[in-house]
Design a protein around this ligand. Sequence first.
Ligand SMILES: [Zn+2]
Length: 120
Amino acid sequence: MKFELKQHFQIESARFLPKLEKTHPCSRMHGHSFKIILTLIGNMDPTVGWVIDYNEIQSRMKPILEQIDHRVLNEVPGLENPTSEYLTKWIYDKARAVLPTLVRVTVAETPATECSYPVA
Ligand SMILES: [Zn+2]
């Protein structure tokens, strides 16, 4: 029996987008409270009645999120141009290595915007 799980995380990070015109506000250093949503699909383990322990997801994500929480994203290797697209892919690649049932990462840089990878 398959289920889709989602778990939300939040990080606070600073960034600037170096490829934009200097007149664009995002070319200046600024901060975001990024909301990160992981989507996992897996079979329920009938012994315990769940797919995976949410605490287990949290502990596997901790060392990944520590690399980008309260950091200047531009200084993180692989995030020299830290758009939401690159950030979403960066998180997915690292998280997928420790969470094999991960199917999607969504990053919301504001309450009104979301970026997801990969696309279903
Ligand atoms: Zn921004």
